[in-house]
Design a protein. Structure first.
Length: 163
């Protein structure tokens, strides 16, 4: 749960020790490993909003553990799963600091670092290329958002039990 900015030096030293500097697999492991604690904490909080009475009612009706989870709880937490899927997809696209710190060769640059090279040289600005690249990056994110949009529903559990 340590912020990326606070751990940059540790990540760099770890990359040096593992001979993983300029290696995309190391950056992927950092993104996945860094996302797990935050996503687990968010999911725990969202699972706490599901009324326990729904689970107990299904238990009284004879549903087993798997069926209660799969048919009662999981559909109610689908909005948070969709949000986390979107964040996990968007995060690496927009991350500049960590990837520019660990990836030094142009062949392994991430999209954000590669786009930054178009506007980093003041004498040779390629704003049109930067803008086109930014639009192309936004397209998969928008497509995923529209695909997941039906899951972004709030208040699913508000009328689920008798208050």
């Amino acid at each position: 749960m340590v912020p990326t900015m606070a751990a940059l030096t540790a990540f760099f030293v770890m990359a040096l020790m593992l001979n993983a500097l300029n290696q995309p697999w190391f950056l992927i492991l950092l993104y996945v490993g860094g996302g797990i604690p935050m996503n687990a904490w968010l999911m725990k909080g969202y699972f706490d909003t599901v009324p326990i009475s729904l689970d107990e009612s299904a238990k009284l009706d004879g549903a087993g553990h798997f069926r209660r989870f799969w048919q009662i709880v999981l559909p109610l937490v689908r909005p948070m799963i969709a949000v986390q899927a979107l964040w996990a997809f968007m995060g690496p696209f927009g991350d500049y600091i960590l990837s520019s710190f660990l990836l030094r060769e142009k062949e392994v640059y991430t999209v954000a670092v590669g786009l930054q090279t178009f506007v980093s040289n003041v004498k040779n600005l390629k704003v049109a290329y930067f803008s086109a690249g930014a639009i192309l990056i936004a397209l998969p994110i928008c497509i995923l958002f529209f695909f997941l949009q039906k899951n972004f529903v709030s208040g699913l559990t508000s009328g689920g039990d008798k208050g």
